[in-house]
Design a protein around this ligand. Structure first.
Ligand code: IPT
Length: 954
């Protein structure tokens, strides 16, 4: 006999579910009662969908041995099972809509009483804001339905089932379902009830669905408001003297909503049974002249892709974390968010309305794994799945339609092409003509209003900007955005300033969205932050899940600091020696009245004078020339420069007064190069060679001490611990330098000593540096001279043999074995910078502990170099460069850094290892995009560079 239980057939059913109410607008708290069912629930995990019958849903079920779980939450982050990370591979056999028998299933139970004053009349609705991936719900033993669509709301009418006390809410959640095929986003698979569960009282005559249509006529300065409501009522907006019936348009003078000027008017929708607060932003989004325009003006997206992430709670975000995201974005000049790749918690959109961010709201749809089978059986091209796709589109649009911040609907991500997508686009257009439609996977733009691409290189973006990219007739007439670019994995992304220049040069290019906002590292005792593979997954994509501008704990990475600088909304240029500044307002809507300007005059990196600079309240796009004062310090013989900053004139909702929005530095006089007279000559002793303050090994010419400072291992260094961008993604068409460098053996260079020569005024050490098995090598000569107190090293490098690759770095390394906890330097800072990530590196006098010089990339890799360093002091040693150099100091070697997989693998040693680099290879973003542009590559060519060392006596 063979049989299969049918009780769980809904799990593998392509339908979106049954029993739920039609989708409707989500509104902030009305005056109707609500009861949050968040909190501690009872929990039982089963290995399969049908391991347990449904008797647990009945009152009185013995839950004695059940665990406790926090809702909202994911059970795999609360000690039951473990997370799985894959980028696009389905972590189960692809046989849609079937899922594995091993289907972790979490039974959740919550007992609750109604508050004593819960009104008897009216109905009640039970709302789930997000459950991954499929849930079946019982209230007081009655099966009320099942649903899929993890990041979408589902409501059930439950009034008839409620009791004043002793209610039992039972939710069975299956990790895998047919819906999983539609949710193949590049992120952790995290089952659970991960968003709020709420009981809503629905008084008689309360609001059902309502649609706030608030447009803005930029020619007349008039806003038109109409609130459609399923239940008739009145619309009251006291600030605009509006009191009209629902469905009735009214036109009044208003101030418009934009991301830069997020003016919201508070109103109320009043029906017989309920008062629903409205937050109304008047704005009109249009495709006009081939451009995305808001209120008549083309906008430029300076965006990020935001996944919901918290290192302990996964996608169960609390309100503070959401606000922190928005504040961090605003403070870093970001003006747009693509909600990759699903509608966010609705409270996030409230914050976008309030603080001002353009939003591309993306549907919870991705079928990326079908790419492995040439998109065969892709659900989006199979009409059996179309109802599920339409359900997802409707649940997004209906929930979020009243948010002024949402200016574009996105059909989803990486789902190939197909009829289902067209059906979604048609439905959305029919329901809401007031926004544009985006979908990147449709190269011909059949269903979309925007030509969108991801990771296109600079040259191609430029071709698109010039309109030379061809494509269908329709596409040629559309604006262009990079919905993903600048892959922020590990050190990087490099080249964003070069992108921004293109965005600002071509009208058709309306900006981009960096991939992505935050590293999805999971806090973990063993690893610091865990990534793919750390939970023993049989398929995984490693640290590709850590590719954000924020570290998992929301500390901004250097990439975010760079992005902030690159997209600053005010351009400040000028002529330092002439003391003139040109200020250009780069906002699309705001004038500069909210900003104050400050100058400071710096001598050798130290501000000696500062003051306010008066700049007119320029309108968008306007420029003005202003004169700097005559500095009273002359700074003769030193390096001098102006730093000009635009700061918030007053505190705003997102930033304190004085918060720096934009800045520039204008050099006045150049850095004087260090001079060292060659007065001393090397003296050969028994074991040592002495030269000025230094002693060398007589046999090897190796530097041992400079005055009282012990130095070890000084030699040429070309290796860096490859970054994620050096390593590149395996599918990249272009050469990936990380693996090639390792293949050549640059991580195991041998140093052959050819000669130690004592001249009259110099000690010369001749070497050849090369890897085993290869003819290519670097003839390297160290020439030491001294004036008695200072020691100068000139390194000359001449490549021999065939060098077809750029070098990772070119410089020297040395170890300090004495105490060296802090570094002070005059050069770029405060953070790290590489050739194509250095926009935010500000010249100044900086100080840091060695520990804080490290950038904690979740997977350890090259980091922490400070650029343009003229002078650095550490462990009693002063180093001056000719020319300026890159300075790096760490308590482990490059080889240890290279060998580490997690931050916890890095154990500080007693020696501080210092790299003084003449050159560094650019970073690029080849972990999922183009490599370093040619101008940022470090070619292996003849080079010469010098350092002057001296002991600091103070
Ligand atoms: C692109 C995805 O859209 C995004 O979700 C993420 O996976 C990103 O890449 C890489 O981190 S898909 C692209 C690699 C084909």
């Amino acid at each position: 006999m063979s049989f299969r239980t049918t009780a769980t057939d809904y799990v593998e059913d392509v339908s979106p579910g049954s029993g739920a109410l039609p989708p409707r607008a989500r509104h902030p708290a009305s005056d109707a009662r609500t009861l949050s069912l968040n909190g501690s629930w009872r929990f039982r995990l089963s290995p399969t969908a049908d391991a347990q019958d449904d008797s647990f849903a009945a009152a009185g079920h013995d839950t004695g041995d059940w665990a406790e779980i926090t809702v909202p939450g994911h059970w795999v982050l609360q000690g039951h099972g473990s997370p799985i990370y894959t980028n696009h591979l389905y972590p189960f056999p692809v046989d849609p809509p079937r899922v594995p028998t091993e289907n972790p299933t979490g039974d959740h139970l919550r007992h609750f009483d109604l508050p004593a004053d819960w009104p008897a009349e009216g109905g009640s609705v039970l709302r789930f804001d997000g459950v991954e991936s499929c849930a079946r719900v019982w209230l007081n033993g009655t099966d009320i339905g099942e649903f899929k669509g993890s990041r979408l709301p589902h409501e059930f009418a439950v009034g008839h089932l409620l009791k004043p006390a002793g209610n039992v809410l039972a939710v069975r959640v299956h990790q895998w379902s047919a819906g999983s095929y539609l949710e193949d986003q590049d992120q952790w698979w995290l089952p659970g009830i991960f968003r709020d569960v709420t009981l809503l009282h629905r008084p008689p005559g309360s609001v059902l669905d309502h649609f706030v249509l608030a447009s803005y006529d930029h020619v007349e300065g008039l806003g038109t408001l109409r609130v459609d409501s399923d239940v008739d009522g009145r619309v009251v907006v006291p600030g605009l003297d509006i009191d009209v019936a629902t469905g009735e348009p009214v036109t009044v003078p208003v101030r418009p909503w934009t991301a830069e000027t997020p003016r919201l008017y508070d109103g109320t929708l009043v029906t017989e049974g309920e008062r629903v607060p409205l937050r109304i932003g008047f704005r009109t989004v249009a495709l006009d002249d081939g451009l995305i325009k808001v209120n008549g003006r083309a906008i430029l997206f300076k965006g990020v892709n935001r996944h919901e992430w918290h290192p302990e709670r996964g996608r169960a975000l609390d309100p503070e974390t959401m606000r922190e995201d928005v504040l961090l974005m605003k403070r870093h000049n970001i003006n747009a968010v693509r909600t990759s790749h699903y509608p966010p918690h609705p409270a996030f959109l409230d914050l976008c309305d309030e603080y001002g961010l353009w939003v591309i709201d993306e549907c919870d749809l991705e079928t990326h794994g079908f790419t492995e089978q040439a998109w065969r059986d892709n659900p989006v091209d199979d009409e059996r799945w179309t109802p599920a796709l339409l359900d997802r589109a409707a649940r997004m649009v209906e929930r979020d339609k009243n948010h002024p911040s949402v200016v574009v609907w996105s059909l989803g991500n990486e789902a190939g092409t197909g009829r289902g997508l067209t059906a979604m686009a048609d439905w959305i257009r029919g329901r809401d003509g007031s926004r544009l439609i985006h979908y990147e996977g449709d190269p011909d733009c059949r269903d979309t209003d925007i030509y969108a691409r991801m990771y296109a290189g600079h040259a191609e973006v430029e071709r698109i900007g010039r309109g030379l990219d061809g494509g269908t007739h329709k596409r040629r007439g559309l604006p262009f955005i990079l919905c993903e670019y600048a892959h922020a994995m590990g050190n990087g992304p490099g080249g964003i300033a070069d992108y921004q220049r293109l965005f600002e040069s071509y009208d058709r290019i309306q900006g981009g969205f960096v991939w992505e906002w935050i590293d999805h590292g999971i806090r973990d005792e063993r690893y610091g932050f865990a990534y793919g593979g750390d939970f023993g997954e049989e398929l995984h994509d490693g640290n590709f899940v850590c590719d954000g501008l924020l570290f998992p704990d929301r500390t901004p990475s250097p990439g975010l600091v760079e992005y902030k600088k690159v997209i600053e909304p005010v351009r400040i240029d000028g002529d330092g020696p002439a003391g003139t500044v040109r200020v250009t307002n780069g906002y699309d809507f705001a004038d500069l009245s909210g900003l104050a300007f400050e100058w400071s005059f710096e001598v050798d990196g130290v501000s000696v004078e500062s003051g306010a600079l008066s700049v007119p309240a320029l309108g968008p796009g306007d420029s003005a020339d202003v004169k700097l004062p005559a500095p009273s310090a002359d700074g003769r013989g030193a390096e001098t420069r102006w730093t000009v900053r635009a700061v918030l004139a007053e505190g705003t909702a997102w930033g304190p007064r004085g918060h720096v929005v934009a800045w520039t530095q204008l050099p006045v006089s150049e850095h004087p190069l260090p001079r060292v007279a060659q007065t001393d000559g090397p003296v050969l002793g028994l074991r040592d060679i002495t030269l000025g303050p230094a002693a060398f090994d007589a046999r090897t010419g190796a530097l041992r001490t400079i005055g009282g400072i012990d130095v070890t291992g000084l030699r040429l260094d070309v290796w860096r611990a490859p970054t994620d961008n050096d390593n590149g993604a395996h599918w990249q068409p272009d050469a990936r330098h990380g693996p090639l460098w390792r293949g050549l053996g640059l991580h195991r260079m041998r140093h052959r000593l050819d000669a130690v020569e004592l001249g009259d005024d110099a000690l010369t050490v001749r070497t050849r540096v090369a890897p085993a098995g290869r003819e290519a090598g670097l003839r390297t000569v160290y020439r030491w001279t001294s004036d008695g107190t200072r020691l100068r090293l000139t390194v000359s490098v001449a490549p021999e043999g065939a060098w077809t690759l750029p070098l990772p770095r070119l410089g020297i390394r040395l170890g300090l074995t004495g105490p060296a906890d802090r570094a002070v330097w005059f050069g770029g800072g405060p953070g790290e910078a590489y050739p194509d990530t250095g926009s935010a590196s500000m010249l100044g006098r900086w100080e840091s502990s060695v520990e804080d010089l490290q950038t904690p990339y979740v997977r350890p890799q090259e980091n922490g170099a400070r650029a343009d360093v003229r002078r650095a002091e550490i462990g009693g040693l002063r180093v001056e460069g000719e020319p300026a150099f890159w300075f790096t100091a760490r308590r482990w070697t490059t080889e240890q850094l290279d060998a580490a997989d997690h931050l916890t693998d890095l154990v500080p040693g007693d020696t501080v290892w210092i790299n003084l680099d003449h050159g560094q290879q650019g970073i690029g973003s080849q972990s999922c995009g183009p490599g370093a542009l040619p101008q940022y590559r470090l070619h292996a060519g003849p080079a010469e560079f010098s350092f002057v060392f001296s002991e600091i006596h103070d």
